[in-house]
Every structure is written in structure tokens, then in C-alpha cells.
Design a protein. Structure first.
Length: 166
């Protein structure tokens, strides 16, 4: 059975599935240092097969459109199955701080961490010829992201995020 989760980024939040799912959605308003400015709490919802469920619209008048973002995550049976972030402006106007990305290799996994919020982290090897289970993602400061190496070698790993694109 395939699972599909989507977040609509035009002001509303929506979850869509191919099979009936009960999930918990959590969100937070954070700044560019990943400090939580507002905890949105959590809501448990059941999404019918081939249907969508809209979550209530939340106004965030305290949000600074150039330094704040919303981090959201979807959990099922206590396990995070999806997470990402949404900006209030286009990425080129967001006031990114150098995330100081770092990584280490443990077996067939790469563990990536950041010291500040990192949007669209990209992980490459020196030949850019490997396959990872996920090689573009957002990362909050102080969190780690484990990425499984599907094929290829972890030689000459380099990383960048939107911060590095100027």
C-alpha cells in the first residue's frame, strides 16, 4: 500500500492519503536559529482513503516573514513519517544564518547536523554518483538527520543549503 502525504503551502495545511490513515500533526513557529517561538501543539486526525483533511487555519501575526518559519511533522504510531518547513517569504529574502552543516558516517548511514536552521540541505559525494534515501531536506539546529546510503561510496562528502546559494 502506498502512502502519500502533502502539505499545501498557500496558507492552509492539508493532508492527503491513498489509504485510510490516523496521524498526529505537530507544528511550531521557529526563528532562523531554530528557537521555538510558538508551539502549535498537536492534533490527531483520521484521513479517509483517497481523501484529504484540512487542518484549521492558524493566524501568526507575531511571525517575522524574513526570520521565522513553520516546522511541521506528521507522526504515526509515535514514529515521525514526514517533516518539513514552510517560509513566509520567498527563500532569497529569508535571513539565513550559516547552519555550519556537519556529518559523520556510521555504517551505511550519514548523520547530518546543523547549528542553525538549514533549508534544502543537499548531500553529495565527490563523484556525485551515489543514491541516498533522501538527499534534499530541511534541518533544524541541534537535530540530526539519518540518511541511508542506498548505493555508492561515502567518499568526499560535501553539503550545502540555501544559505550557500548567493
Amino acid at each position: 500500500m502506498a502512502r502519500h502525504y502533502a502539505l499545501r503551502r498557500n496558507g492552509g495545511r492539508i493532508i492527503s492519503t491513498y489509504v485510510k490513515q490516523t496521524v498526529t500533526v505537530k507544528w511550531e513557529l521557529r526563528n532562523n536559529r531554530s528557537e521555538v517561538l510558538r508551539d502549535g501543539g498537536e492534533v490527531e486526525i483520521t484521513v479517509p482513503t483517497m481523501d484529504t483533511v484540512w487542518l484549521d487555519t492558524v493566524e501568526l501575526p507575531e511571525a517575522n516573514m524574513f526570520t521565522d518559519h513553520v516546522h511541521y511533522a506528521c507522526y504515526q504510531n509515535g514514529e515521525m513519517i514526514s517533516e518539513s518547513t514552510v517560509l513566509f517569504s520567498v527563500p532569497k529574502y529569508y535571513d539565513y544564518i550559516d547552519p555550519q552543516l556537519s556529518c559523520r558516517v556510521e555504517g551505511d548511514e550519514i548523520i547530518v547536523s546543523a547549528k542553525a536552521y538549514a533549508k534544502s540541505v543537499e548531500v553529495l559525494n565527490e563523484n556525485e554518483d551515489w543514491v541516498l534515501e533522501d538527499n534534499y531536506f530541511d534541518l533544524e539546529a541541534g537535530k540530526e538527520r539519518r540518511i541511508r546510503i542506498v548505493s555508492g561510496d561515502a567518499n568526499g562528502i560535501h553539503m550545502r543549503s540555501v544559505y550557500n546559494i548567493r
